[in-house]
Design a protein. Structure first.
Length: 490
């Protein structure tokens, strides 16, 4: 996308059109899958397999009906939606027409996202992690292929059409695994299963909680539509980079922990639950701290290496670097929020994270409205980063308070160790970047070599400091990762 469309007005139009189907409605996927894990855990104990199948079919049918209504409304009212979401496009009629057309192309993905959420939830509850891991691989292969092919022949509209194909492709990967388990989704028009009622009661708070990030990004894009052309694209390019560690690392660590937390809580094994919960907290922070340092110090070299090709010029890099810097400050908040929300979900406490989500969204919007006047697009990124810290702090205080966590599992020692390791790594990374001359390094290979060297040396120093502090789980996590799968010890 960067090489072909850079930070142009057409890219801004695509990002506004994708805001609802890509951000908000993909959140439905996450909300459904996360809701199903604790529900299915109880269902396997309390109900016969046929009854569980009836429950899943009722969820599928209800999702179909709701999606049908939303898709119809989206197709009809796409112009009104875009005029509300992109007020700045009123001065750019070409971009407004593109945004409306692409919204209509992508609205059908609402249903595909929902079905994928059902399938993912069942697979994760049955501890089948390979297929859910392959699903985003399929999505990305289709996305990249269609950006190159359809984007070349159809322009930015080809990207929108390719996005629809990509969302559909994940069902081709995941549904066969569901069928091998003997589960086949069918229409069932009698919505009477007690588990459905329980899921609907949980769904609202779940959706509110998991949509915090999406709402923040949508608000950012609405305000950025009034800024200089390319601001929406710059926010998106940097936000994508910051979310990669959350989606790639934190998610792969948190989801197996989440499934086991649900089981331990359902079995009332509270001591094991607390130990596992705190271990997950430590591991997430240990992974996210060094990545935050790299993004903060090396944001421009990273952008030059990854994005500055083709249509993406040095002007695009400068426009994007500030947003990446401020988003990076919020990376620990993003990672911890992702994990801690699932810690609450495992206990079926949806009200607490929902309340915190309302506070977070409010802080984000207020921060956006204030900071956009002083820092433009950078201010929008900073407001989102600060809001993520607010959310993570509220979740952590609520989830990890109590003498068992503080005394037995040494929260204070964890934070001190990570703080010292992160500070030492920050100083070393700054020195290496200056000594190597990353700001003036040219050529893809030279830049890649210099960045890799800086990351490896500073990363080794980070681990050495943690080892000196005898950080819990350091050796254990390393041994598990070298085996290709992380399963937290009990």
């Amino acid at each position: 996308m960067a090489a072909m469309f850079a930070t142009r007005g057409a890219t801004d139009a695509w990002l506004m059109a994708s805001a609802l189907p890509n951000l908000l409605f993909s959140t439905i996927n996450g909300a459904i899958s996360v809701t199903l894990v604790p529900i299915m855990t109880q269902a396997d104990v309390e109900y016969a397999p046929r009854s569980v199948a009836r429950f899943l079919n009722e969820v599928f049918t209800l999702l179909f009906l709701i999606s049908l209504v939303l898709i119809g409304l989206g197709e009809v009212f796409a112009p009104l939606i875009m005029h509300l979401m992109a007020p700045g496009f009123r001065h750019h009629p070409g971009e407004m027409r593109l945004a409306i057309d692409m919204t209509r192309i992508m609205i059908p993905t609402i249903f595909f996202w929902g079905v994928a959420g059902i399938v993912m939830g069942v697979l994760q509850e049955r501890e089948e992690y390979l297929t859910p891991a392959l699903s985003p691989v399929a999505v990305n292969i289709v996305r990249i292929t269609t950006i190159i092919v359809l984007g070349h022949f159809m322009g930015i509209k080809g990207v929108a059409l390719g996005f629809t194909f990509a969302v559909l492709s994940q069902l081709a990967v995941t549904l066969p695994s569901l069928h091998r388990m003997g589960i086949h989704l069918h229409f069932r028009w009698h919505f009477s299963h007690p588990l459905l009622k329980r899921m609907l009661r949980m769904a609202g708070p779940f959706f509110l909680t998991t949509s915090v990030g999406s709402v923040g990004v949508i608000v950012d894009r609405i305000l950025a539509s009034n800024l200089v052309t390319g601001s929406i694209a710059a926010l998106n390019y940097s936000y994508v980079l910051v979310q990669i560690p959350v989606g790639l690392l934190v998610s792969s660590l948190a989801m197996p922990i989440y499934t086991r937390l649900s089981r331990h809580h359902s079995s009332h094994e509270m001591n094991t639950f607390r130990e596992l919960a705190m271990q997950g907290f430590r591991v997430v922070l240990m992974v996210i701290v060094p990545i935050t340092v790299w993004f903060v110090v090396l944001n421009i070299p990273i952008l030059r290496l990854l994005y500055q090709h083709g249509a993406f010029t040095s002007r695009s890099t400068q426009l994007t670097s500030g947003t990446l810097l401020y988003f990076a400050f919020g990376l620990p908040g993003f990672g911890l929020s992702f994990y801690l929300q699932r810690l609450f979900f495992a206990t079926q406490d949806t009200r607490s994270p929902a309340r915190f989500s309302i506070i977070t969204i409010t802080v984000n919007i207020v921060g956006d409205l204030i900071l956009v006047h002083f820092l433009q697009a950078d201010g929008l990124a900073l407001a989102t980063g600060l809001a993520s810290w607010v959310n993570a702090t509220l979740l952590a205080i609520k989830a990890l308070r109590g003498p068992r966590y503080n005394n037995n599992l040494r929260v204070r020692h964890t934070l001190v160790s990570l703080g010292a390791a992160g500070a030492g790594m920050l100083v070393l990374t700054l020195f290496l970047a200056h000594y190597i001359g990353l700001s003036t390094t040219t050529g893809t290979f030279s830049l890649l070599f210099s960045l890799t060297l800086t990351v490896l040396v500073s990363g080794f120093a980070y681990l050495a400091i943690l080892a000196a502090f005898r950080f819990p789980d350091l050796a254990y996590l390393g041994s598990r990762l070298t085996r290709g799968r992380y399963v937290p010890k009990r």
